[in-house]
Design a binder for this molecule. Sequence first.
Ligand SMILES: Nc1ncnc2c1ncn2[C@@H]1O[C@H](COP(=O)(O)OP(=O)(O)OP(=O)(O)O)[C@@H](O)[C@H]1O
Ligand SMILES: [Mg+2]
Length: 275
Amino acid sequence: MSNSPNSQRPPAPGSPISVRPPRKIAPPRNARATMVSVKDLSIGWGDKVLQEHLNFEVARGEVFGILGGSGAGKSTLLRFLIGLETPLAGEIDVAGRGTPDLTKGLPPFGVMFQAGALFGSLTVGENVALPLEEWTKLPPDAIAAIARAKLRLVGLDGSSDKFPSELSGGMKKRAAIARALALEPEIVFLDEPSAGLDPVTSADLDELIKTLSKTLGLTVVIVTHELESIFAIADRVIMIDRETKTIIAMGPPKDLRNSEDQRVRDFFNRTPKGS
Ligand SMILES: Nc1ncnc2c1ncn2[C@@H]1O[C@H](COP(=O)(O)OP(=O)(O)OP(=O)(O)O)[C@@H](O)[C@H]1O
Ligand SMILES: [Mg+2]
């Protein structure tokens, strides 16, 4: 077929049917963009290497799990990914903007730290409003309205004026996720969001994370060791190992059940709790 402009010539004047030449519809910008890219990353301090030769990419809209034993460096890896620490070597790119630099304006991500407790002296709404106060010049009533909307998004409608002590564990986690979403980030980093929750509350939280990812197109990087959560929500995972100090498995969780690596197989074939 000819690509010459004449092949899409408009109809002659007076022609009964007005046919517009088909327009090329560009795919949505960054539709399949890489949201996190890590190349040959080494993390640690001075001559203490915690993890090295880390290579992975997270695609837009993906729920990406970071797994590994206690002390392997999962939380630390998150701190490097969001620019709180300087890599020993290698490259990090988040949302196509290089290594996050919190001194250069609004971050493209939200975070829920492992010990990311809400401030007990502030209401839930005020907690969610904090990033908006820090990063925007919006008037207080607009900030309060956004905070309420974010709380509604995570199923905490009407909790804005409560204090954290009035919320259950699961509700607190939801509020912390609302705070991570306050600035409408393209990507959120969640460190063990379901730690300490009962299985039902934990499953509800998984459902929320999955819904946020599917409906908002949110990219989620989640640290967890809950096997049920991993299978329920993670599209792909990496597993980092404390002894070998690097990634020992990468892929969809169900594929890793048959990994050639005994450590990986053992992790993915644990008997789920309650069965
Ligand atoms: N700023 C730091 N300086 C030196 N060592 C650190 C620093 N931060 C963390 N570490 C060490 O890095 C190691 C990994 O800690 P990290 O909290 O990342 O593990 P983790 O995989 O998240 O474990 P867990 O599953 O228990 O949360 C630990 O031995 C910790 O003591
Ligand atoms: Mg941790």
